[in-house]
Write a protein that binds this ligand. Structure first.
Ligand SMILES: O=C(O)CCC(=O)C(=O)O
Ligand SMILES: [Fe+2]
Length: 317
């Protein structure tokens, strides 16, 4: 099958300054964002406010990080499941990742830097923090556009202040064969919004459409990011935006490196759908739930092993 007939993710250009004061420009992009997140739960964003030099230095420092001894990487622990060092799983032997919680807060990132490199590695803290700061602009724009599209922008401040940012860095070993091997199992993200960037030329991310077809992501530009809805935003919007299943499939000899910014409800926060989003046509889908408790339930039970939509079993109405 030629690439022309292959399905593609919607592409949305954020490169002109998207400013709420320029109504036409903002409204045009907003309706594209709303449609893409309703239909696909994700899109490819062209977003050039993250300098290429920063992405290059991030790539260099991530190679150094994953080359550290396993015992050193395992020093990055977290109370929240799937937020510290993750790897060495027999089901996904190619996968390794490391989470940097509160990635916009300098002393938190610097503490992790000193844990991983007691002699220091300022390039790590600098590039992680700059990435988080710059990409969080896009996260905020997308969240504002969705709240406005749904007529619930009055919740914007509360929505932003009840969430925090984690950066997660990923490495997928090349399987040394052209036969596709699982990099990461098909899953929906559990957080609010995920913004992913592939740091080298190695493809692998695949997104499942509502029709069950897998779309392979081929970034159009070095400024491409994938913006993806997580379960917490799906629940909060009462299903108006869709959290999509995705996975990584690896081929060939070379390792794939990617990085993501994950906005998520703060520890202890209860995700509760605003009453304005519940009516006869849109009955409540999920009862209010504690995000942290859901993560514990999901990652300690059998749910994580299956392809089921765990939030439904946890708090579906
Ligand atoms: O590496 C990627 O492109 C995808 C990673 C991913 O799906 C995740 O970390 O949740
Ligand atoms: Fe994911």
């Amino acid at each position: 099958m030629g690439s022309e007939s292959s399905p593609k993710l919607p592409v949305i250009d954020f490169n002109k300054r998207k400013n709420p004061n320029n109504d036409n420009e903002w409204e045009g992009v907003k309706s594209q964002v709303h449609k893409a997140l309703q239909d696909y739960g994700c899109f490819e964003a062209l977003f050039d406010r993250v300098p290429l030099e920063l992405l290059k230095s991030l790539f260099v420092v991530l190679k150094e990080l994953f080359d550290l001894p396993l015992q050193t990487k395992q020093l990055n622990v977290s109370n929240t499941p799937f937020h510290g060092y993750v790897g060495q799983y027999p089901q996904v032997p190619l996968y390794e990742s490391l989470g940097i919680n509160d990635a916009c807060i300098s002393h938190k990132v610097e503490t992790l830097e000193k844990t991983l490199w007691p002699q220091g590695n300022p390039s790590f803290s600098k590039s992680i923090q700059s990435f988080a700061e710059q990409v969080s602009e896009l996260d905020e724009i997308v969240r504002k556009m969705i709240l406005e599209s749904l007529g619930v922008e009055k919740y914007m401040e509360e929505h932003m202040s009840s969430s925090s940012y984690t950066v997660r860095v990923m490495r997928y070993e090349g399987p040394q064969t052209e036969e596709a091997k699982l990099g990461i199992t098909s899953h929906t993200d559990k957080n609010i919004i995920t913004i992913l960037h592939q740091l080298n030329e190695i493809q692998g991310l695949e997104v499942k459409t509502k029709d069950g077809e897998w779309i392979t992501y081929h970034p159009l530009s070095p400024h491409s990011f994938v913006v993806m809805i997580g379960d917490a935003f799906h629940a909060w919007t009462n299903g108006r935006v869709y959290s999509t299943f995705h996975r990584v499939m690896m081929r060939g000899n070379e390792a794939r490196y990617s990085v993501g910014l994950f906005s998520a409800p703060k520890e202890g926060h209860i995700v509760k759908t605003p009453e304005e989003l519940v009516d006869e046509q849109h009955p409540l889908l999920f009862k209010p739930y504690n995000h942290q408790e859901f993560l514990k339930y999901f990652y300690t039970g059998l749910e994580a092993q299956t392809q089921k939509f765990g939030l439904k079993t946890f708090c579906g109405v």
